[in-house]
Write a protein that binds this ligand. Structure first.
Ligand SMILES: [Fe+2]
Ligand SMILES: [Fe+2]
Length: 252
């Protein structure tokens, strides 16, 4: 039964050190088979923030799958954003931080949803180009027979509380691809609040992790998700940092 620690929206650059140490201890105690990170490792995509984020992730002592979020590309520097958005990300990323991982009977596949620009004003929203979808389709075909979990930054559908947010471009076609290929779960973040919903009848389970460390967002507690797959069923315990310490509750 693979157990995956799902962390998101770490936002080094605004992460309180006490919380960083406390969350690390909570993850290490759970002894997961892998750590999946669904983006926004940094606040402003600086070298120092990346270095601290990856040092933290390496310390957790489990195989790593790490995908970028909208905060992990330059924001104010438009030349950097358009010409080489992933340069710092690629330089900082350690060799053992994978975009695909095989566990006992399961495969984790990373999907990059980060987008440089939008036709609307919310440039934090993502997009899944035809090329990204084609790559994902090939990876899903190669994973036939395994329990597949896809990891990306942006949720493909928003619950009523976040309905005003823009979904990534081509989210609908991606939801259909996940459904057609029998993907078990989609692990994502971006909204800084834990949530789980089914992406339509027979669709994948979309699981959003809370922000690990950021004080920004809906006011939901910081934390992480422990995702378990047993006999093809996905269960999620969300671990929340409350005033009196860590509390686990089943998400559903
Ligand atoms: Fe974020
Ligand atoms: Fe984000």
């Amino acid at each position: 039964m693979p157990r995956i620690a799902h962390l998101s929206d770490l936002h080094f650059g605004e992460a309180p050190q006490e919380l960083v140490e406390s969350l690390a201890a909570d993850v290490i105690m759970a002894a997961p088979d892998a750590v999946a990170v669904s983006g926004d490792l940094t606040r402003r995509a600086t070298r120092d923030e990346f270095a601290r984020a990856f040092a933290f992730l390496e310390m957790l002592g489990a195989p790593l799958l790490v995908m970028p979020g909208n905060h992990d590309i330059p924001r104010g520097n438009l030349v950097g954003r358009f010409m080489h958005p992933k340069r710092r990300w690629q330089r900082a990323r350690p060799e053992d931080a994978m975009e695909e991982l095989t566990l006992d009977g399961a495969r984790l596949i990373g999907l990059d949803t980060v987008s440089r620009a939008q036709w609307h004003l919310d440039w934090s929203a993502g997009g899944i180009t035809l090329e990204r979808r084609a790559r994902l389709a090939a990876q899903l075909e190669a994973a036939a027979g395994l329990d597949v979990v896809v990891v990306c930054h942006h949720p493909l559908r928003h619950g009523p509380w976040a309905i005003a947010r823009h979904a990534p471009r081509e989210a609908g076609a991606t939801i259909e691809l996940l459904r057609a290929q029998g993907v078990k779960a989609l692990l994502c973040g971006h909204l800084h609040q834990a949530e789980m919903m089914r992406l339509g009848p027979g669709g994948a389970l979309q699981v959003i992790a809370p922000s690990a460390f950021s004080p920004r967002g809906s006011g939901a507690p910081n934390g992480w998700n422990l995702v378990s797959i047993r006999d093809g069923e996905v269960r999620v315990e969300t671990r929340e940092m409350l005033a009196d310490g860590w509390r686990g509750r089943e998400l559903g």
